[in-house]
Design a protein around this ligand. Structure first.
Ligand SMILES: Cc1cc2nc3c(=O)[nH]c(=O)nc-3n(C[C@H](O)[C@H](O)[C@H](O)COP(=O)(O)O)c2cc1C
Length: 353
């Protein structure tokens, strides 16, 4: 299976499956001498982990990170940082019913056709449990860039959305509710709706908005490795992501240049920021903001028609522990992937002048 690494200079190589012994990774290219805040890393893991509230999967994992190399006396040594996170609460029996059938809109069918073998336990490598490695690496990447503020939050669930620009939101409220929506009234409506959807045995999609502040001018490369292209790839590599837009995004396509252009102030900042903090693929020092769309996840507790290995039409119903709406748990994953992209470009930028 190719494609398990991400990044150029600050690189994560990830391994592991949902119901294997452990997940983990190697971070290659982390600069030496960074004093790591291990509690901050563990806090990010706690934000991502399952079983935190009534609106997410009830799988219970400690998700404690064990570092194996690349750290001495609390500081990075410049050597590869190896780490593992054990799987302790897998219930593979919950998945025997999908051994010979393919869940509609999950990765079961394509994995089996591509590799000729499928680890059906918890979705194997296609499970979002894989994202633990991203969150560990992202938490370290954040510590390379302490001046940059990275805040992601749930901006919509189904048809319920925050009807305010991000500038009017208080990011300190993001963690104050189970949905991770900083607007408390909207958060309550979202939470009630997700509970309803769970009772119906269904799932629902949503969006996450992410804001990157204090990003210096100059991150991103001008041709293929544009900052927004790498952010897009990072976000679209997260399980269940269906869309990415930054700055004015798809709305910009309806505007005139006279409305869309961001006029300069004398210090190089701009009066508006429809560019979303990126011009020509390079950060311009303004806030970078983008939105990521997540689909309603495939495993639902309702009966659906599908096919089995022999190509016969059969009926199936989801079992086991699943997220009715993934956006609350995906918030730290979006932040981690943004941090990986920024750390990589920060190190690349040091080679440019
Ligand atoms: C945090 C998170 C949790 C997820 N939990 C589930 C789940 O409980 N059940 C499920 O079917 N899919 C879940 N997914 C989505 C699947 O991993 C994903 O749909 C699958 O790998 C197929 O990939 P695709 O949807 O990107 O095509 C989750 C995704 C994320 C980001």
């Amino acid at each position: 299976m190719a494609g398990n690494s991400f990044g150029t200079l600050f690189k994560l190589i990830s391994f592991g499956e949902s119901h294997g012994e452990a997940l983990g990774g190697i971070i290659d290219g982390c600069p030496a001498g960074i004093k790591l805040d291990f509690q901050a890393i563990q806090n990010e893991m706690t934000r991502r982990k399952p079983g935190q509230s009534a609106i997410v999967t009830q799988r219970k994992e400690d998700d404690e990170v064990q570092f194996l190399s690349g750290i001495f006396e609390g500081k990075t040594t410049g050597m590869p940082i190896g780490f593992t996170v054990l799987n302790t609460n897998e219930k593979s029996g919950d998945y025997s019913h999908i051994k010979d059938v393919y869940r509609p809109s999950h990765a079961d069918y394509v994995y089996e056709k591509k590799y000729g073998i499928r680890d059906y336990r918890g979705g194997g490598r296609s499970s979002a449990r894989e994202t633990v490695s991203r969150v560990v690496a992202g938490a370290i990447a954040k510590q390379i860039l302490p001046q940059i503020k990275i805040n992601a939050f749930v901006s919509s669930v189904g048809e319920i959305f925050i009807d305010k620009p991000y500038q009017d939101l208080d990011f300190s409220k993001i963690e104050s509710n189970a949905v991770r929506c900083p607007d408390e009234n909207t958060a309550k409506k979202m939470e009630d709706f997700i509970k309803e959807i769970r009772k119906e045995g269904d799932s629902v999609g949503g969006t996450i908005t992410c804001v990157l502040q204090n990003v210096p001018v100059g991150l991103g490369e001008p041709v293929f490795d544009k900052l927004h292209a790498e952010l897009g790839k990072a976000m679209l590599s997260i399980n269940a992501v269906k869309g990415f837009e930054y700055g004015s995004g798809f709305c910009g396509a309806k505007m005139k240049g006279s409305e869309h252009n961001d006029l300069y102030n004398s210090d190089g900042t701009t009066k508006t920021n429809l560019s979303g903090g990126i011009q020509g693929g390079i950060s311009n020092g303004m806030d970078i903001y983008f939105r990521v769309a997540f689909k309603p996840v495939a495993t639902i507790m309702q009966k659906q028609e599908t096919i089995n290995k022999d190509g016969n039409l059969v009926e199936m119903q989801g079992k086991g522990r699943h997220d009715p709406c993934v956006v609350p748990r995906a918030v730290p994953i979006v932040e981690a992937m943004a941090a990986l992209v920024l750390a990589d470009f920060y190190l690349i930028n040091k080679t440019q002048k």
